[in-house]
Design a protein around this ligand. Structure first.
Ligand SMILES: Nc1ncnc2c1ncn2[C@@H]1O[C@H](COP(=O)(O)OP(=O)(O)O)[C@@H](O)[C@H]1O
Ligand SMILES: [Mg+2]
Length: 346
């Protein structure tokens, strides 16, 4: 007869559907009961999605069935009420005062997710919204640099005060760690650091907060989708097939946890030659639009590959802040307007 511990070890082979995190470390396995004839595994889910329930039931059957062929395997799934689930992290009151919470995500790193997040945040602020930007990228918190912020946030004795730049209130994981000191973020640490950035920061009175997520489908994504009721996710991709494939995984992941997908942004979409004005589709073109149609989501807009956009990021003055009327900025302003009207109906 295996011990409870041994069974839990086996269950770590199973990932939450669509995510790269296993169900044990994610805390879904509520109980494991082992008897002479039977292993019962109690899973607690916050989604009613039949596909998730089926996949988990099947995976538990398979993994434990193969490991312990003589025993009956009984996966039991309990659905935690959504309302109950939302109330559970009782400290979340600060973020509850924010009207709309949006994740800016990508499947792959380096596709321009932070660049897009920063410019969209500034664009939304220019369109009259009170905007917060939470840099949650554990692999490279780059938002402070992109907004030209080098001071540390103040502490008022109770909460950290976000730093305001270009009309955007900013907090970053980068403020909490030394940038010369690479941190190996383990699951529990990611969860704790992220939760702190949501609970211990004065986010009061915002209309919208954007989360610059780390790429992929791991701990940070799960933490966020479990502890905040996200109003939507915006996925950033380049037109290349590899990036697009990962972007689609990102879409599926958010759908699994019932976060509405607001659409995909195609970044580095095309290049306009500053000398001759001719357009080149460096990474091919049209792939994101096709993929959006296939998976039933919107193409939110196309951002050109452009030196001003890169320079704006490097010198800490996003192109939308530096020159709102430039065509590159208009691309961001248009997307921001779509997001705003999608959220507010205006
Ligand atoms: N549309 C664009 N045109 C030119 N350079 C871009 C564009 N988008 C991003 N970049 C540059 O590409 C690099 C990676 O972008 P970044 O936003 O840091 O990506 P991610 O957050 O996805 O890792 C940065 O140097 C950035 O300035
Ligand atoms: Mg980034």
């Amino acid at each position: 007869m295996p011990t409870q511990q041994e069974v839990s070890e086996k269950l770590k082979q199973i990932n939450y559907p669509g995510f790269s995190r296993d169900i044990v470390s994610f805390g879904i396995v509520n109980d494991v009961v082992v008897s002479d004839t039977k292993i019962t595994v109690v899973l607690v889910l916050k989604t009613q999605d039949a596909k998730v329930v089926d996949a988990l039931t099947r995976d538990v059957q398979k993994v434990l069935g193969e490991a312990y062929p003589g025993l009956t395997i009984e996966p039991r799934v309990t659905i935690q009420e959504a309302r109950q689930a939302q109330q559970a992290p009782q400290q979340m009151s600060y973020l509850n005062n924010v009207k709309y919470k949006i994740a800016v995500a990508s499947g792959k790193g380096g596709v321009g997710k932070s660049t897009v997040a920063v410019n969209l945040a500034v664009a939304l602020a220019k369109q009259g919204m009170k905007v917060g930007l939470l840099d949650a990228d554990i692999y490279g918190p780059s938002i402070p640099l992109m907004l030209g912020v080098d001071e540390q946030p103040a502490f008022d004795g109770k909460r950290l005060i976000p730093i305001e730049k270009y009309g955007v209130k900013l907090m970053s994981l980068g403020f909490l760690v030394d940038s010369n000191d690479p941190v190996i973020w383990r699951g529990a640490l990611v969860t704790r650091a992220l939760q702190q950035l949501m609970t211990d920061v004065d986010w009061d009175g915002l209309d919208v907060i954007l989360f610059d997520m780390p790429p992929g489908t791991g701990d940070a994504q799960l933490t966020l989708s479990q502890s905040v009721s996200l109003d939507g996710a915006v996925i950033v991709s380049t037109p290349q097939d590899v990036a697009l494939l990962d972007a689609v995984k990102g879409v599926q992941m958010f759908r699994k946890v019932n976060v509405p997908i607001m659409g995909i942004i195609e970044n580095m979409s095309y290049f306009v030659c500053p000398h001759c004005g001719g357009r080149t589709d460096i990474f091919a073109h049209g792939g994101v639009d096709r993929e959006c149609k296939r998976i039933g989501t919107d193409l939110l807009g196309e951002i050109p590959l452009d030196a001003e956009i890169r320079i704006g990021g490097d010198k800490g003055e996003p192109v939308v802040a530096a020159n709102e009327k430039a065509p590159q900025s208009q691309a961001f302003m248009d997307i921001a307007a779509r997001i705003k009207s999608n959220l507010t109906g205006q």
